[in-house]
Design a protein around this ligand. Structure first.
Ligand code: FMN
Length: 195
């Protein structure tokens, strides 16, 4: 099935990165719905390495504050929710359950740390992209950011689990006053090649 132009506008053409947020909460139920959509996006060997820590209280956001780049502080503290998109370097321990038709899959990664790391980062990043599109599909706006101190975030939130942060993304309903003029994208001829 092909989705219509309204849906394509919502997901891509009209969707903008947000820097200011309206005072409208995002429920925990919406966050569960968000995960239950994004989890279906494909990952290699169904590895599903991304982990998502939703900071939705002022107290939780205060723990993030010291790690943020100065330009990202105010908008992050103002957002209803900011999610840390992380990945689990030991994602392969779940493979016997979530990639059941090949019980060897765990060992591909467990015996090769560099391959496991590359797989976790690639697929965890893809899942972060799925989160952005799923959020937009649910009527939420996004404000993705990589301007933060990863080591500080990992120490503050993930020390005991060993997860690694990738990027963060505020979620909510954006205030159009905080949207920058749309920057151009590369043309097809610049970014693509047909062989
Ligand atoms: C992974 C990622 C990291 C980003 N990091 C930051 C950031 O640290 N601070 C910031 O203000 N914007 C950040 N941005 C926002 C981008 O500059 C913005 O998404 C891009 O310019 C496109 O804007 P548009 O969606 O409004 O067209 C980031 C975006 C992504 C996807």
């Amino acid at each position: 099935m092909v989705i219509d132009d309204v849906a394509l506008d919502t997901l891509f053409r009209d969707a903008r990165t947000q820097n200011k947020w309206r005072d409208e909460p995002v429920s925990d139920e919406t966050l569960r719905t968000l995960y239950d959509l994004l989890k279906w996006g494909p990952t290699s060997a169904n590895s599903s390495p991304a982990r998502f820590l939703f900071l939705r209280t002022q107290e939780a956001k205060e723990r993030l504050r010291p790690a943020l780049s100065p330009g990202n502080v105010e908008k992050t503290m103002q957002a209803p929710v900011t999610v840390i998109i992380a990945y689990d370097p030991k994602f392969y321990d779940f493979l016997p359950r979530i990639f059941p038709h090949n019980q060897d899959a765990r060992s591909w990664f467990a015996t090769n740390e560099a391959f496991a790391q590359e797989t976790a980062f690639r697929n965890g990043s893809l899942q972060g992209g799925y989160l952005i599109l799923a959020a937009r599909a649910l009527g939420l706006d996004c404000g993705p950011m990589s301007g933060f101190d990863k080591a500080k975030v990992d120490e503050e939130f993930f020390a005991y689990r060993g997860w690694k942060s990738n990027f963060i993304c505020s979620l909510g309903h954006g205030d159009p006053a905080g949207v920058f003029p749309r920057s151009p994208r590369l043309d097809f001829e610049e970014a693509c090649e047909l062989l």
